[in-house]
Design a protein around this ligand. Structure first.
Ligand SMILES: Cc1cc2nc3c(=O)[nH]c(=O)nc-3n(C[C@H](O)[C@H](O)[C@H](O)COP(=O)(O)OP(=O)(O)OC[C@H]3O[C@@H](n4cnc5c(N)ncnc54)[C@H](O)[C@@H]3O)c2cc1C
Length: 300
């Protein structure tokens, strides 16, 4: 048996072998990795990172909802955080493990009568992925609620306080520092359960009306280049709504999304992205950047 496989198991993770990442990304695209490890707790994540960090390339994955991954096999181990999903509340502060789905956190907060994060109900990612990306919607961003973040860097685990972290539009200091987020401590304001539920349902309704949630996608493909530039409307104005390459399509419902109509490939999506970038540049003089993270030749 392969030594690496045994060592990953010994670190406290479960391991899936020859795993297709298309089964783990919301857009259902992505080639095979030899090992996909599922740490069972924060300590096993720490141990497996220590094992890999100096000699084996690896990437961390939350719920795979902001990822576009190449179709060819990838030379790396993927560490998927979905089992790290504990939520704790102490003295008004909520501590959440990185793999917790945002939706579960929102439901927990509703029961605890803590308001503020309702806008995130319907963002399909994990807390770790959301803090890394500074996910946001309808005027709110997750970074606003963060008090401290526990990270793993250079094989060590420690807490960073709010003033050691910076957040920007779909950006955080974690991106530059290449750290792994293990836990997040957040503070919310007291509110009434019914009021929180009403807001959550209202945000979900707006999503259902505007977004193609019935088809695989990775959410909005592009970042907004400036606050007054609506990428979806710009793409629509170019007549690209519904435009297809292979089985990847610019959504007919929301032109900021690319949907997978069946067996779309990584290249189909990349080519669509290039078409959009080129046409938007020609008409509006704007350089679009992708919001989705691209894993290509093992890089992100
Ligand atoms: C239908 C749909 C709607 C969406 N709507 C929104 C929206 O309204 N607003 C919004 O902001 N986003 C939206 N998204 C995008 C996505 O859900 C968010 O960006 C989400 O926060 C990503 O979380 P994830 O766990 O899926 O991250 P992944 O896709 O798994 O990973 C994204 C990046 O985060 C890194 N990462 C993940 N976990 C960690 C960790 N613990 N430590 C360090 N790095 C980590 C990964 O390495 C990767 O680089 C949408 C996506 C879909 C499919």
């Amino acid at each position: 048996m392969d030594k690496l496989f045994v060592d990953i198991l010994k670190s406290g993770c479960d391991v899936k072998t020859s795993e297709k990442l298309s089964c783990h990304t919301s857009i259902k695209i992505g080639g095979k990795v030899k090992y996909l490890a599922l740490p069972n707790d924060v300590l096993s994540l720490e141990k497996v990172v220590r094992l890999l960090r100096n000699n084996i390339p690896f990437q961390i994955m939350g719920l795979g909802t902001n990822l576009l991954v190449q179709d060819e096999d990838l030379e790396m181990v993927v560490l998927k955080t979905e089992r790290l999903n504990q939520i704790e509340i102490k003295r008004g502060k909520v501590t959440v493990e990185c793999g917790t789905p945002l939706k579960r956190l929102c439901l927990f907060l509703m029961e605890a009568e803590l308001g503020g994060l309702e806008f995130a109900y319907g963002i399909p990612g994990s807390v770790g992925g959301a803090v890394y990306m500074n996910a946001g919607a309808y005027g709110g961003e997750i970074g606003e609620f963060v008090e401290a973040v526990e990270v793993l860097k250079d094989g060590k685990r420690y807490w960073l306080s709010k003033n050691e972290i910076s957040f920007g539009y779909r950006d955080s200091s974690f991106k530059k520092e290449k750290v792994i987020i293990t836990r997040v401590m957040m503070r919310f304001r007291k509110d009434k359960k019914e009021e929180i539920r009403r807001k959550m349902m209202n945000f979900l309704k707006r999503r259902l009306e505007k977004q193609p949630l019935d088809l695989p996608s990775a959410g909005s493909v592009f970042k907004r280049p400036r606050p007054d530039f609506y990428v979806g409307s710009a793409i629509e104005s170019l007549g690209l709504k519904g435009y297809k390459i292979g089985n990847a399509q610019i959504s007919e419902k929301h032109a900021g999304f690319i949907v997978n109509l069946g067996d779309a490939t990584f290249n189909d999506v990349m080519r669509l992205i290039e078409v959009v970038k080129k046409k938007v540049k020609e008409k509006y003089g704007v350089d679009l950047e992708t919001e989705v993270e691209i894993w290509w030749n093992g890089k992100r």
